[in-house]
Design a protein around this ligand. Structure first.
Ligand SMILES: C[S@@+](CC[C@H](N)C(=O)[O-])C[C@H]1O[C@@H](n2cnc3c(N)ncnc32)[C@H](O)[C@@H]1O
Length: 386
């Protein structure tokens, strides 16, 4: 359908959020053989990082709704700008459905304060931007119906940000998938099916305490076999999981292969209990995540398995580095009291309260309560303030 666009060096797909930029960019990339670049790759709003990327590579198809206001600055003779067209009512209904509520910050980019970002984007495109761009093309959302990537509305089963190109499974199929494919690492109560089942319970607790919205970015440190990731399916959050047990990472990468907003990375860190073949000491860990790029870090049942205080400190330094200012870190800890302790065993680490307070002193403590699923475990919500 889009093969004729191949001669352009880069194709940049923009428009209002929920106008179909992501599926359009995927379809164009598939037809032209170019590399698909998701807005996550350059930081969603970061025009300068995107410019560097466009200069350093060729043959990219970039999805960038949040850069619509600056699209003229990305135009060039060998680049095509694609503006997605979708009826305004459909756009706003879709934004409401997935809980996208960033209209105010979008319109602020145009020096405006009202909330109807899509109206403003189209008005600006028609009256100012289009005239200044050498090569542009307006693509109606509905035209994508003819593309093989399109999945008819009636087949969609939930309302995540990405609703296409999935192998949808029922809960029972996911449970079977976990039973058949998990090959290593921690599973709740020694039962592989509980990874999926408990995921929903864990996500429910987090939904009650974290004001996250579709489109926000979450980093799950110690992602294990994807318990939290399963619970966040359909949330519209952009998820990154870090884990030291390689087979767990491989399991998650395969399980979530159809979900482009779920990413899993292996950290080759030594942990006597969980990953004794790891090459790097835990207190020298570096997360493969850019500075100030994450809205929420989750460390569920991580610090209770990292062993020493210096390992915990290093993780907290990395978490602080990757969090955006004001970002939240949701963590669980075994603390003494109420537990006996301390214990620096990597199978089960317990901290004196005083040590814990010293470790998190850089953060603001927002909440501190007992985890409903484990009365021995403290749930602590921390904010990065600077
Ligand atoms: C008890 S499991 C919990 C897994 C997952 N968070 C959950 O709730 O199902 C602890 C996990 O943390 C991982 N882990 C331990 N130390 C780590 C570190 N320094 N960085 C990342 N993951 C780590 C372990 O391999 C293990 O998968």
């Amino acid at each position: 359908m889009f093969e004729n666009l191949a001669p352009y060096q880069h194709i940049i797909v923009t428009g209002p959020q929920r106008s179909g930029t992501r599926i359009a960019a995927h379809a164009i990339a598939q037809d032209t053989g170019k590399r698909y670049v998701d807005e996550q790759e350059f930081g969603i709003h970061d025009v300068e990082r995107l410019k560097v990327l466009l200069e350093s590579e060729t043959d990219l198809v970039v999805q960038c709704p949040a850069i619509c206001h600056a699209i003229v600055s990305l135009a060039a003779e060998n680049r095509l700008i694609v503006m997605m067209l979708r009826p305004l009512d459909d756009i706003y209904a879709s934004q409401k459905r997935v809980g996208w509520m960033k209209g105010k910050s979008e319109v602020a980019k145009y020096g405006r304060s009202e909330c109807r970002a899509a109206d403003i984007k189209y008005a600006y495109w028609l009256s100012i931007q289009r005239q200044q761009i050498p090569h542009w093309f307006e693509l109606p959302y509905e035209a994508l119906r003819d593309h093989p990537l399109w999945i008819a509305r009636e087949k969609r089963v939930d309302f995540a940000i990405d609703q296409w190109q999935r192998h949808e499974r029922t809960a029972q199929e996911w449970i079977e998938y976990c039973r058949s494919n998990i090959s290593a690492g921690y599973v709740p109560d020694g039962d592989k099916s509980q990874v999926y089942v408990m995921g929903a319970k864990l996500a429910k607790i987090l939904h009650e305490h974290l004001p996250w919205q579709a489109g926000d970015t979450v980093l799950d440190v110690g992602s294990g076999n994807g318990r939290l990731a399963f619970g966040l399916l359909g949330s519209g959050l952009i998820y990154h999981g870090l884990e030291i047990i390689r087979p767990c990472v491989e399991f998650c990468q395969a399980a979530f292969a159809d979900y482009p907003d779920f990413h899993f990375y292996h950290l080759d860190l030594y942990n006597e209990h969980y990953w004794p073949v790891g090459k790097i000491s835990q207190d020298r860990a570096t997360y493969p995540i850019p500075d100030s790029s994450i809205d929420y870090v989750v460390a569920h049942s991580l610090f209770s398995h990292t062993g020493t205080i210096s390992n915990a400190r290093r993780n907290l330094e990395e978490m602080k580095r990757v969090l955006k200012p004001g970002g939240l870190l949701c963590s669980t800890w075994f603390l003494a009291p109420p537990r006996d302790g301390p214990d620096s065993d990597e199978a089960l680490t317990v901290y004196w309260r005083a040590d814990f307070e010293m470790l998190v002193h850089d953060f603001e403590i927002v909440e501190d309560f007992t985890m409903p699923t484990n009365k021995q475990s403290a749930f602590v919500l921390l904010r990065k303030n600077d």
